[in-house]
Design a protein around this ligand. Structure first.
Ligand code: PHE
Length: 339
């Protein structure tokens, strides 16, 4: 037995292979379950007890030697292959960059989420609209300046079609298809023919809100918007409603929130006033309800509309609105963990 082992040791020491396949067949010949070394381990059971120690030692020596030698052969072929293909399979892979949400989507989703807690559903309308949904049904007089070419992008081939200038058009679409009670928000992209600057863009986003039911009052509007402001900008946030004018609401107001940066004391962002304007709102004008087939004696409602860019600029201290549309990854990367 010892002699047999010694012969195999000599044999294994001299092993050679021309390629990876040959090395593998050597492994099978010596080390597989039916291989010659494994066979010796079977024979080992018959060895006389007093010899077991010596034979066992030798047998283990053979096995280690064979394993090492065959692995060595195999590795040499693997390295040769790397060298010939130029690929080192042992290198770590290149990591790829994961995308993140756009800051405007983060803010839009937050706005929707806050209103959904109050039972508001979400609806959308078309970006290419007709005059009725954007202006006429919303009580815009024919000579209103918003209808002007200066403000509105019209579609050349059809003067009745235009790019919506506000998401209030979706109020009309909602009233057409659903009877009160209505409680919904409408996020979307809007277009205005404005010179592009750090503060204005010809494309931006709004979230509109509409609530129509019996006995809806201005107090409901104020409480809803106060809740929104505190959820969005922090529990200490105060709101201020200033009288304003929109053709489709009466009375109308613009809402300011206390500047979260200086806590209302006055700073560069709020231009020393302590207040930041974030939205327009008001009670739905009875004429709008009637134009959309809703009995204004039975129902009342409120509406509001806010600019998503404006809120994102305040929240993230972005000084130039154009950054939102340039898709510069250095800018966008900063918002990766923000959702
Ligand atoms: N549509 C108005 C705007 O774009 C905002 C608004 C919406 C005002 C709803 C009142 C009610 O400025």
């Amino acid at each position: 037995m010892l002699e047999k082992i010694q012969n195999l040791i000599d044999e294994v020491k001299a092993l050679h292979a021309k390629n990876a396949e040959e090395a593998e067949s050597l492994r099978i010949k010596y080390l597989s379950k039916k291989g010659s070394i494994s066979a010796l381990f079977d024979d080992f059971k018959q060895v006389q007890p007093e010899l077991k120690r010596e034979v066992g030692k030798k047998l283990n020596e053979l096995k280690t030697l064979a394993t090492d030698r065959i692995n060595e052969l195999k590795e040499s072929f693997a390295q040769q292959q790397n060298a010939s293909t130029g690929v080192d399979l042992s290198l770590p892979g290149t990591s790829y960059v994961c995308g993140g949400r756009h800051p405007l989507s983060i803010v839009k989703n937050d706005i929707i989420e806050i209103f959904s807690r109050l039972g508001f559903t979400v609806a959308e309308g078309p970006e290419v609209e007709d005059d009725w949904h954007v202006f006429t049904a919303l009580n815009f007089p024919l000579e209103h300046p918003a209808r002007d070419m200066q403000d509105t992008f019209f579609i050349n081939t059809n003067p009745d079609l235009l790019l919506r200038t506000h998401t209030s058009s979706v109020q009309v679409r909602m009233m057409e298809k659903q009877r009160p009670p209505i409680r919904a928000v409408f996020p979307g992209r809007v277009f205005r023919n404005e010179a592009i600057s750090a503060r204005a863009h010809c494309i931006f986003h709004q979230v509109e809100g509409l609530y129509i039911a019996k006995n809806v009052s201005f107090a409901d509007l104020k409480q809803t918007l106060s809740y929104f402001a505190k959820e969005m900008f922090g529990a200490d946030t105060q709101i201020r409603l200033r009288p304003s004018y929109f053709p489709f609401t009466e009375p109308s107001a613009e809402m300011d929130v206390s500047c979260s940066l200086c806590g209302g004391k006055g700073c560069g962002v709020c231009k020393g006033t302590g207040w930041l304007e974030i939205l327009g709102c008001g009670m739905v004008d009875p004429a709008v309800l009637e134009a959309n087939g809703i009995d204004s004696k039975e129902y009342s409602g409120f509406a509001f509309g806010m600019g998503v860019e404006r809120i994102a600029m305040l929240r993230y201290q972005v000084k130039d609105i154009r950054l939102f549309f340039e898709n510069d990854v250095r800018f966008l990367q900063q918002f990766k963990s923000a959702y």
